[in-house]
Structure formats: structure tokens, C-alpha cells
Design a protein around this ligand. Structure first.
Ligand SMILES: N[C@@H](CCC(=O)N[C@@H](CS)C(=O)NCC(=O)O)C(=O)O
Length: 205
């Protein structure tokens, strides 16, 4: 059975959501952040040298990085291609992988900078313009890709929506969604999914 090392509070909730959507049996091991440093506890370093979450264990396999965990779960459990396109249309599949990796690869960094700036409560000569420019670029890019569609790949929910929902939810928490109506709707739609609610019930105390 898959064991997910789940750190409160953070992106591993979105891995719990995936496990729920895919109907996979799993166990959760819950960790809490240090109340002052907000860092993960050292016990997570015994699981994986980076000491970050999510990490899954599946037999002898220990796997970190949200998007590679998603890829693994799809390869192993999404045999009917319910959440990912088939590779028969290689261009469509490649486009899907682009959206699968984009949230962690490109969007998270400027959001993190924004979060740290909000915590420091002071503008910074280079970081403030960087985070303003880049967050606007990426939120507009996501909104353009969505267009009138409900999901990031079009009419159907796919695994690419897990990571995109995560970064859009973080943008919302940082107060960045006011002028992005379609992203607010997208977020509401995805967080209302029964599997997300189930994940919250199991993984949020
Ligand atoms: N790129 C990694 C990022 C993992 C990561 O930074 N996780 C955060 C939680 S959202 C963490 O464990 N932070 C605690 C720490 O750095 O001590 C992924 O996609 O999983």
C-alpha cells in the first residue's frame, strides 16, 4: 500500500486529492511544521534527504517531487487514461505533460517570492518587481489557457489540474486573484469535487 508522508500545511494535500480521485488505497503519515520556523520536522529527513513533503513510499520506492509522484501514480493506476491523455496522440500527451510540470517548474517560484515579501512587510528593489511581473504573467497565461473551458486541458478534468489548482489556490491566499474571475471559478469548481472534500476530511485536522 502507498504511504504518503504528509506535511501540514502545504502541497501534499494535493497529493492526497490525487490518491482520492484515482481511488488508490493509501496510508497517511502526518507531520507538523515548526511553529516559528515553519519548517518540516527533522523526522522527514529520515524518509528523504531533502526533508520535504510530499514523499510517497510504495514498496522499496521512495519518491519525492509532486509532479513526479503524479506521473508515477498515473503510470501505475490510471490504466484507463481517465486522468491523462493516451500517448497515441503524442502531441496532445506532450502538451499535457507541459501543464503537469508547469506549476512547480515556473509558477511556484514567483508565488513564493511574493509570500516571503508579504511576510517581510517591506518592498524589495529587485524582488518586488520580479514577483509582480512574473505572477501577472503566469496567472494571465493560466487564464488564457483556460479560456471558456472548465479545466486546464479543455472540457475534461485531468491530472494537470492538480498542480494548477494548487498554484491558483496559493495565488488566492496571497490576494492575487481579484482581477481573475475565471481563475476564482476554476478554483471553486475543483475544490468542490467530492475527492477534494474527501482529502480535506482525511488530511486536514
Ligand atoms: N518541488 C517540491 C517542493 C517540496 C516542498 O518544498 N514542500 C514543502 C511543503 S509545501 C516543504 O516540505 N516545506 C518544509 C521545509 O522546507 O522544511 C515538490 O514539488 O514536491
Amino acid at each position: 500500500m502507498i504511504l504518503l508522508h504528509h506535511l501540514r500545511i502545504g502541497r501534499s494535500l494535493f497529493t492526497v486529492w490525487q490518491l482520492e480521485e484515482l481511488g488508490i488505497e493509501y496510508d497517511l503519515k502526518v507531520y507538523h511544521r515548526h511553529p516559528e520556523t515553519f519548517l518540516a520536522p527533522v523526522e522527514l529527513k529520515a524518509v528523504h534527504p531533502l526533508g520535504k513533503s510530499p514523499v510517497i513510499e510504495d514498496g522499496d520506492l521512495i519518491l519525492s517531487e509532486s509532479s513526479s509522484i503524479t506521473t508515477y501514480l498515473l503510470e501505475k493506476f490510471d490504466t484507463q487514461n481517465k486522468f491523462s491523455p493516451s500517448r497515441d496522440d503524442i502531441a496532445n500527451w506532450a502538451n499535457f505533460t507541459q501543464w503537469l510540470h508547469y506549476p512547480e517548474g515556473s509558477v511556484f517560484c514567483p508565488l513564493l517570492v511574493k509570500m516571503l515579501l508579504l511576510r517581510s512587510n517591506e518592498p524589495h528593489i529587485t524582488l518586488t518587481p520580479y514577483s509582480e511581473r512574473e505572477t501577472a504573467l503566469h496567472l494571465s497565461h493560466i487564464a488564457n489557457q483556460l479560456g471558456d473551458n472548465e479545466y486546464i486541458m479543455g472540457e475534461n478534468f485531468t491530472a494537470a489540474d492538480f498542480g494548477v489548482t494548487y498554484v491558483v489556490s496559493l495565488a488566492k491566499r496571497l490576494g492575487l486573484l481579484d482581477s481573475y474571475g475565471s481563475l476564482n471559478d476554476y478554483l471553486e469548481r475543483n475544490l468542490a469535487r467530492p475527492a477534494f472534500k474527501q482529502a480535506v476530511e482525511k488530511a486536514v485536522e
